[in-house]
Design a protein around this ligand. Structure first.
Ligand code: ZN
Ligand code: ZN
Length: 357
């Protein structure tokens, strides 16, 4: 039990990816800049499923997933200045970086060569990092974010991975007043794409295969909806978009060309969905008609995380969340339903006090 050991719900193996089991584990040694967080809520991310099923190549079992964590600081290291015991804080999908290299110093710590994911990575001392389906998490203060009072815990949790994954590339690629932005795929990340693109002031279109999510997308604030199974869906919008943020998590029957045709000259297609498997086939010729640019984006910086949380608090942005009690059953259910895309649009695990006394 805490403080010697933490307790969580771990995936025993890829074969049993949706049957997590109660599990005790030792955290990494406590450092001067570390904070122990007693968890009260955690979002369930698509990454949790890709990792649990072994689809992304995880080989470290048992493993506790979860990287959209909200809780209260219960212990702070002697050099911590940004958090006090008792503060409500969040921990997202990144738990460490060197914080000394030029990449880190330019607020690109998410691209640091030494960046560590919140779960599944190995600390320098050999400890396997476990995530937020657990009683506590130990994190460096740089990766521990004060949560504005106005944000409810279960709505703030999914912002820490899905929200940031949408927010950072929107900001970095100029989403704002006078810009036309497309959000491809309306799932966990995509719904934040719509919410944050609107909050940043951009004209925002949802792009989805069928009209099934149209009402939801419009309720999130989208200015328009493009249904890609309709013949000629892209014709009226060719060369009008400044930016498309793709959150598509499957490559089945996916051709980039009609999406790229939407972009203005040198418009950008930024993909943050990470499908399993081989990916796109692409030739330079596919980019010639508008000289468009293709890129990706990993999470975001601490600065961006704090700015995103402030924007969400100021504008009263509400994540669309279903809550589910943490536990062997609840975690298993949430993983299964995320795997089946059966969630509007994110799960947050709650009721931690009932599992961890
Ligand atoms: Zn995630
Ligand atoms: Zn670094």
């Amino acid at each position: 039990m805490y403080p010697e050991t933490f307790e969580g719900f771990a995936i025993p193996s890829a074969e049993e990816w949706n049957h997590p089991k109660r599990f005790e584990f030792k955290p990494k040694p406590f450092g001067d800049y570390d904070i122990d967080v007693k968890i009260i809520a955690c979002g369930v991310c698509g990454s949790d499923v890709h990792t649990a099923t072994g689809g992304w190549g995880n080989k470290n079992w048992p493993l506790v997933p979860g990287h959209e964590i909200i809780g209260h600081a219960v212990k702070v290291g002697p050099k911590v200045t940004t958090v006090k015991v008792g503060d409500r804080v969040g921990v997202g999908a990144q738990i460490s970086a060197c914080l000394e290299c030029n990449i880190c110093k330019e607020d690109n710590e998410t691209y640091c060569k030494q960046q560590l994911d919140t779960y599944g990575s190995i600390y320098p001392d050999g400890t396997l990092a476990h995530g937020g389906y657990s009683s506590h998490i130990r994190a460096h203060e740089h990766f521990t974010f004060p949560i504005p009072e106005k944000l409810e815990s279960e709505l703030a949790a999914p912002m820490l991975c899905a929200g940031l994954t949408a927010y950072s590339p929107l900001v970095r690629n100029g989403a704002g007043p006078g810009k036309k932005v497309g959000i491809l795929g309306i799932g966990g990340i995509g719904h934040f794409g719509i919410l944050f693109s609107k909050a940043l002031g951009a004209e925002t279109y949802a792009i989805s295969r069928s009209a099934r999510k149209k009402d939801d997308a419009m309720a999130m604030g989208a200015d328009g909806f493009l249904e890609t199974q309709v013949e000629g869906w892209n014709k009226d919008h060719e060369m009008t978009f400044d930016l498309i943020l793709s959150t598509a998590s499957s490559n089945d029957d996916f051709s980039l060309t009609p999406y790229l045709s939407l972009l203005k000259v040198h418009g950008k297609f930024i993909a943050v969905g990470l499908p399993e498997g081989e990916g796109w086939r692409l030739a330079p010729q596919n980019l010639l008609s508008n000289g468009c640019l293709i890129g990706s984006s990993h999470l975001g910086s601490r600065k961006e995380t704090l700015a995103m949380l402030e924007l969400a608090a100021d504008q009263g942005i509400k994540s669309w969340v279903e809550t589910i009690p943490v536990g062997e059953e609840g975690c298993g259910q949430a993983l299964t339903r995320v795997h089946e895309n059966d969630v509007r649009y994110r799960f947050t695990l709650v009721d931690y006090d009932k599992q961890f006394s």
